[in-house]
Design a protein around this ligand. Structure first.
Ligand SMILES: [Mn+2]
Length: 395
């Protein structure tokens, strides 16, 4: 069984509240069509985060259905399996399932129970004579028993010993989380709001685990669970080639053959200069190093103080000299506060937090994130805003 595995499309993403990514998604989907035409996989899997938001706009919804229909026409015998991720609305994804099943397309939004029992059939897709797909969307922690329940059910039905591919949208412990903010809590990693799970708790009865959620492509140490990564770069941190994964499994219990198919981006993400430099230096570097291709630019600035208010306009006017370059933002790195003898402040618990003055919390946040104290202008401004809000509430 040959499966094309992709995830984390994030259709409808608006970068920096401004740049619509639809053209870039179209560029990706055109390439996907080419790959399907050439490779003729037995199934296409999208492991969650189909849309960027749980309330996608009408144009995003139309964009998805037009493109899926094009794929259906291109490969009418190839089932499409799309599961909801944590960015998707599970009920919205689920609401499309009835109609789409008519064109061999399976939308699975959530796990459902009837009484004590899960409804299993919606998750189990048989490719007669070829294999099985266990379509599992993003599920909350307390439903993690579903993985094994489905695998055991497929085991019962799989009398021909055909390959089993399972999908999931979750954080797996010990994966590489570059391009994501991760926090560790009680020894568990939490990435993008999903607690990590230990995949050794899942029965070893699948041949390939098609994962979504972590955007960095990687095969996990067991050699058969893989994050295929996002096909379109979604932010400046994702500085790696974007791709889709083609996996071939010959028999149940066999070793999957995993192939990465790199995609060509329409626009690139440029961080200029590579290392943070003071504003004037960074600007003059940008002037002499305008990128050739289309793309988004982030200016990498080193500054101890807040930047002057015309900074954005100055960056924009330099970029106007390029073709198809879009100013995105600047990243401001503070020089390490040397010799300042920073006092580490103790953490406070929730009830202490509730007692704190909003000003104190904001001041603490500013110090922690920017490694410097607020200047007097900012303090005054913050005080007057807090005062205004309070007066408004009192009225
Ligand atoms: Mn995602």
């Amino acid at each position: 069984m040959k499966v094309l595995h992709t995830s984390d499309w994030h259709i409808g993403q608006i970068l920096n509240f401004h740049y619509d990514r639809q053209e870039e998604h179209q560029h990706f989907l055109d390439q996907l069509g080419g790959i399907i035409g050439k490779e003729r996989p037995d199934a296409l899997i999208v492991s969650g985060d189909i849309y960027d938001k749980n309330t996608p706009g009408n144009s995003s919804m139309r964009f998805l259905s037009d493109n899926l229909l094009r794929i259906c026409d291109l490969a009418p015998d190839m089932p499409l399996v799309l599961t909801a991720g944590n960015h998707d609305s599970s009920s919205r994804i689920e609401s499309m399932s009835g109609v789409w099943r008519r064109v061999n397309t399976h939308f699975v939004g959530a796990a459902e129970r009837v009484g004590e029992e899960y409804r299993l059939d919606k998750h189990i897709i048989e490719l007669p004579g070829k294999g099985w797909i266990a379509a599992i969307p993003y599920i909350p922690d307390y439903q993690n028993d579903l993985y094994n329940i489905i695998l055991r059910e497929i085991h019962e039905r799989n009398t021909q010993n055909l390959p089993v591919v399972m999908t999931g949208h979750t954080t797996v412990g010990n994966a590489v989380f570059t391009a994501h903010e991760s926090v560790s809590f009680n020894g568990r990693d939490i990435v993008g709001g999903i607690n990590s799970m230990d995949i050794s708790e899942i029965d070893d009865d699948y041949d390939y685990f098609a994962l979504g959620h972590i955007h960095t492509p990687q095969t996990l140490p067991n050699g058969k669970a893989r994050y295929c990564g996002s096909p379109v770069q979604l932010n400046f941190k994702e500085q790696f080639p974007h791709s889709v994964t083609m996996v071939t499994v010959d028999s149940h219990g066999g070793t999957p053959t995993i192939e990465t198919i790199e995609l060509e981006p329409l626009r690139r993400f440029y961080v200029i200069p590579e290392k943070p430099a003071p504003l004037e230096e960074a600007l003059s570097y940008l002037e002499t190093h305008i990128p050739d291709g289309q793309g988004y630019v982030q200016l990498n600035i080193l500054a101890a103080e807040r930047l002057p208010s015309d900074t954005e306009n100055r960056i924009r006017s330099v970029l106007e000299r390029g073709e198809g370059l879009f100013y995105c933002d600047y990243k401001c790195t503070r020089p390490a506060a040397e010799g300042k003898n920073r006092v580490e402040k103790p953490d406070f618990n929730l009830s202490e937090f509730r007692e704190k003055d909003p000003f104190e919390i904001a001041e603490r946040y500013y110090q922690d994130t920017l490694q410097t104290d607020m200047d007097d202008t900012l303090k005054e401004l913050l005080h007057s805003v807090i005062r205004e809000v309070r007066e408004g509430e009192a009225r």
